[in-house]
Design a protein around this ligand. Structure first.
Ligand code: TPP
Ligand code: MG
Length: 1009
């Protein structure tokens, strides 16, 4: 018996009690007036007939007066009536049916009609929801795309399964009224069941599997149903088919050409998924037709050269010459292998005759790491172009099946997709699902049915398609582009394909996938299959096909000849985000970063007031603003004001400032408060920084999702779009940056060396040993310093503007400012430098409110600048040659040291020097200090453990400064595995111990003796 009939039976047997429970849901059974109470709310499809007598009640009420029931019931019963045969109709005339309440047969027959319709509707819905599970997606026909060969009985693939729905073979020729949730009828409103099933199978179980019924938006579901169910919708003109064939020829012959010329070179060819090229081109054509003129793409290794050649249209000789082992590198830096390089190209889209800019972002080997970077870059382009809803700029991300399922950053990136400050208004994802990851079978590589399931979290529709059916692929790509244009939401195309060779061309796949590769060897090439098809259809002749092949082969041969003339490789030709200002800076100087007093006053006033009427802020915030106002009145700055001065003054100069990270709007430590919240009205906010000057640049401050990898990658991408922006990412606590380590290692530290691409991103990393335990304490300065490329053993020459030259030469700048003014200066310097370089700032926690850690407006006055090193200006400076100990330190420990020195009355004996810029190491200034304090012992003091912090970076450089002639002593915590202790008293004991070491003026001498 069908589940449906069984349900009705149970209901009838229950005797109409007040409640029934099923599937964990409690439904109230309502009988009396059909229009009021739940009956007026519940529609036929929602009810799914929770009670047979309920339906009967409804039906009889409708027969008495159509208006007494909800209009959806009215439509429902009308449909049933109109699909009945004439004989049945006569029998069911209202009067007959009403009498039928008395006559024994009629209600049963009515019930059967209702039940059968509901069964057909349920069947239609089953196809829509789960038809993709039985679609023929694998071109090899050996694996099942959802990793499950079991066909559930509600998925009808043959008529014998009709019984599941309580239907019978004899029902196949009965006509049924179609619900408004299907488009299989085309112009028809009723169809025989046989036709219903055939059309559903064609729509949902052929070479396309559409996964979309989890989307909880009716309009979007209807849109998709219409795109896939409408009869004959997947038709192509001859011209379209010819274009598709031509693109497939290029894609296939490109790989063939590379294989012929460089048979022993790795190229991560596209063989088995050649259709990717026409797929991308179709997406771009359709998007261009919809108004898109800039497409930013990210992709992994597979097929990358082909995409560069045939989608972006990079000159073929530029690609081919990369295979030449004698090619010399013109640029400094490491460069990168050819299948990681990026590219930027403006051209005319031939299909639409419109301009289009395509850029493929350079990426590291780390799969999926580029995803958030692409999104950030796309968002920035949209932002700077005023493309408010992504109608001009869009992103496309390509993925491998194993990586898409396995890498967490994919999920993190999806979660940015709908956030106001991070959305790119819909990304088209294309998965090259070759059903293998290197040597690993998908059954061992993921727990989800499809590699694409991660996309379901954001309600993105997923179009699975058999990649050996190029027309189906084209159709799906067109729909995906239209979807993005219609709804500005993400969409996924899952190209179910195979990988004809090993992971790379040198790899033997038969070691691990013997059966799969036996099948692959038998598999006819898609180009052969499709060209045969078009020839048999008469769309092209064999001769035309062969001519097209020969034409492209000649293009490749010609490019191959001219590639031989290329002797030097310029990575600049591979830039994915060129800036007009890029290249050698005109002068290696940086102007002072100080500000006019009135600018400081103006920013200070805005920062400490609420410049809108009737806006109630929290009383605690009022207190904070009052104390800010006091500071401003006294010409003083705390940390938050220092930051305000930097941002506000840059905004004044037309520099966009964007600060992103977890809880940055208020600030983790509640010191910033850049967004004011009205205490009475939900979502009424005010950002004073955006109301500083009439023609200022915009300020963006945005709380991010709880992701470091995704958000830092995004901001890095954002910072790539323009040099005229200060883009900052703040970690909640500095140590959390380690979950974004890949972005730091692969892009920030080494990006310029690999891809000659500058980036001025700023990382704000709260750091400090404050007894808060092993976590939340250290931003791991040692890691950043270890990756700094300045040579510890080389003493540089100090010609010209050494400070700026050194910054230009390094891979990033690492600072730890001890004063708000210096923090402000370094942020301003970041923009006033004639080039862009990543800046890592260890920012304070307790110093944010420390009364000693304040600056005066004078420290920011016109003509002042960032101090890379702050000398001791206290009593020790009066007679430096009498100073017995010179302590170098950085950051917050300075304040502990000065306090202790005072207590021990050693202010003349000990000088304390603050290193504000740690890397690149200020050799010039350190040298001057060392020479000034000739007879002093040299000590490095840090609050971090000896194996962490700065010591291992600073020590060899200090030794280089003194030419190894004076010892460098250490005062700080002992080596340790955890960054800090979790025990408060241990923390204080450690502090006391190293403070004692720092000021025991005979301690090191004893060790020396
Ligand atoms: C983060 C990361 N881990 C591991 C690797 C090593 N690796 C390179 S390709 C590959 C398999 C990728 O499989 P898939 O995503 O399906 O792409 P395909 O090579 O099949 O196109 C692996 C594991 C890598 N590049 N990146
Ligand atoms: Mg794969």
């Amino acid at each position: 018996m069908s589940q449906f009939r069984a349900l009705l039976g149970v209901l009838r047997a229950s005797g109409g009690g007040p409640l029934w429970r099923g599937g964990g849901v409690t439904l109230t059974r309502c009988r009396p007036h059909p229009r009021r109470e739940c009956s007026s709310e519940a529609t036929p499809s929602q009810t799914v007939i929770s009670s047979s007598s309920y339906v009967e009640d409804m039906y009889f009420a409708w027969l008495e007066d159509h208006k007494t029931v909800h209009e959806s019931w009215d439509t429902f019963f009308r449909n049933i009536h109109s699909s009945s045969t004439p004989g049945e109709e006569a029998e069911r005339r209202p009067s007959a049916l009403l009498q039928g309440r008395v006559a024994p047969h009629s209600p049963d027959m009515t019930q059967k009609v209702v039940e059968d319709h509901l069964a057909v509707h349920t069947l239609i819905r089953a196809y829509q929801i789960r038809g993709h599970h039985v679609a023929q997606l694998d071109p090899l026909g050996i694996l099942v795309a959802d990793l499950d060969s079991f066909v559930p009985s509600d998925l009808i693939t043959s008529i014998d399964k009709l019984a599941f729905y309580g239907l019978h073979e004899s029902d196949l020729d009965r006509s049924f009224r179609l619900p408004h949730t299907t488009f299989i009828g085309g112009g028809e409103t009723t169809l025989p069941l046989r036709e219903v099933i055939q059309r559903l199978e064609a729509s949902y179980c052929g070479h396309v599997g559409v996964e979309f019924m989890f989307i909880n938006n009716v309009a979007q579901c209807q849109w998709i149903r219409q795109k896939f169910e409408t009869p004959g919708i997947m038709r192509f003109t001859s011209a379209e088919k010819r274009t598709l064939l031509a693109r497939l020829i290029r894609s296939t012959r490109f790989e063939d050409f590379l294989a012929r010329k460089w048979s022993s070179e790795k190229r991560f060819g596209l063989e088995g998924c050649e259709v990717l090229i026409p797929a991308l081109k179709t997406i771009i054509d359709s998007s261009s037709a919809a108004g898109i003129d800039s497409v930013i793409m990210g992709m992994p290794h597979r097929g990358r050269l082909n995409v560069l050649a045939n989608v972006i249209h990079k000159d073929l000789n530029q690609i081919f010459c990369q295979f030449d082992p004698k090619l010399e590198a013109a640029d400094e830096g490491s460069g990168d292998v050819k299948y990681h390089l990026g590219m930027y190209h403006e051209r005319i889209n031939r299909e639409t005759d419109k301009n289009i800019t395509l850029s493929l972002m350079a990426n590291p080997s780390h799969l999926e790491a580029v995803d958030p970077v692409v999104q950030g870059k796309a968002k920035a382009e949209q932002f700077y172009r005023g493309d408010m809803f992504g109608k001009k700029v869009m992103s496309i991300l390509m993925h491998g099946d194993a990586a898409f399922a396995g890498q967490g950053v994919v999920y993190e990136t999806f979660h940015l997709s709908e956030l106001p400050s991070y959305t790119t208004y819909g990304t088209i994802h294309v998965v090259v699902n070759n059903q293998i990851g290197f040597t690993t079978d998908p059954r061992m590589a993921r727990s989800s049915p499809y590699p694409t399931d991660v996309a379901r979290v954001v309600n993105a529709p997923i179009f699975h398609v058999n990649a050996d059916n190029p027309e189906a692929v084209m159709y799906v790509c067109r729909v995906a582009a239209e979807w993005r244009n219609a709804f500005n939401k993400d969409v996924v195309i899952d190209l179910v394909c195979y990988r004809r060779f090993g992971h790379n061309e040198m790899d033997e796949p038969m070691f691990t996938q013997p059966l799969m590769y036996k099948q692959i060897q038998r598999q006819e090439h898609v180009l052969k299959k499709y060209s045969d098809k078009l020839i048999s259809e008469g769309v092209v002749t064999l001769q035309e096909f062969e001519e097209e092949v020969a034409k492209y082969d000649k293009i490749c041969e010609d490019a191959y000849s001219s590639a031989k003339d290329e002797k030097i490789s310029h990575i600049r030709h591979w830039l994915d985000s060129p800036w007009t200002t890029e290249g050698e800076p005109k002068s290696m100087t940086c102007p002072p970063t100080g500000l006019d007093e009135e600018v400081l006053q103006h920013i200070g006033k805005t920062a400490s007031s609420v410049p809108v009427k009737d806006f109630d802020i929290h009383p605690g915030l009022s207190r904070i603003l009052r104390s800010r106002a006091d500071l401003v009145r006294n010409g003083q700055l705390d940390w938050a004001l220092g930051e305000y001065m930097a941002f506000g003054s840059l905004l004044k100069d037309g520099i966009h400032v964007r600060l992103s990270g977890q809880d940055v709007e208020r600030g983790t430590f509640s010191h910033r408060h850049h967004v004011l919240h009205d205490q009475k009205l939900d979502k009424r906010t005010y950002v004073p920084m955006n109301h500083l000057w009439t023609d200022q640049a915009p300020y963006t401050v945005c709380n991010s999702s709880l992701s470091e990898y995704g958000v830092l990658g995004f901001e890095l991408g954002f910072a790539m779009a323009s040099p005229n922006a200060l883009v900052l990412w703040e970690a909640q606590f500095g140590d959390f940056h380690n979950t974004a380590q890949c972005i730091i290692d692969q892009f920030i530290s080494s990006g310029q060396a690999k891809w000659v691409r500058q980036n001025g991103i700023v990382l704000l990393l709260p750091h400090g040993m404050e007894g808060m335990g092993p976590e939340h304490s250290s931003a791991r300065p040692e890691r950043f310093l270890q990756m700094s490329k300045d040579d510890p053993d080389h003493f540089p020459e100090f010609g010209g503007d050494f400070e700026v030259q050194q910054l230009y030469d390094c891979n990033w700048i690492v600072v730890n400012c001890s004063t708000p003014a210096n923090y402000c200066h370094v942020l301003r310097r970041q923009i006033l430098l004639p080039f862009r370089k990543p800046l890592i700032i260890f920012t304070p926690k307790s110093l944010l409110r420390h009364p000693d850690a304040r600056s005066s407006f004078k420290d920011l006055a016109k003509g002042t600048r960032f101090k890379r090193l702050i000398p001791d200006e206290g009593p020790s400076s009066h007679s430096p040659d009498r100073v017995r100990r010179l302590i170098f330190c950085t950051g917050k420990v300075y304040y502990k040291l000065t306090k202790e020195r005072k207590q021990q009355n050693l202010e003349k004996d000990v000088a304390i020097i603050r290193l504000e810029q740690i890397s690149p190491f200020p050799f010039d200034l350190v040298k001057a200090e060392v020479e000034k304090h000739k007879s002093a012992e040299l000590v490095w003091c840090q609050e971090e453990h000896k194996n962490t912090g700065y010591y291992n970076y600073v020590r060899p450089r200090l030794l280089t400064v003194v030419a190894n002639k004076r010892p460098i002593w250490y005062a700080g915590r002992e080596p340790a595995a955890a960054p800090a202790t979790g025990n408060k008293s241990t923390h204080l004991n450690e502090l006391k111990k190293f403070m004692d070491t720092a000021f025991n003026l005979s301690g090191f001498r004893e060790r020396n003796d």
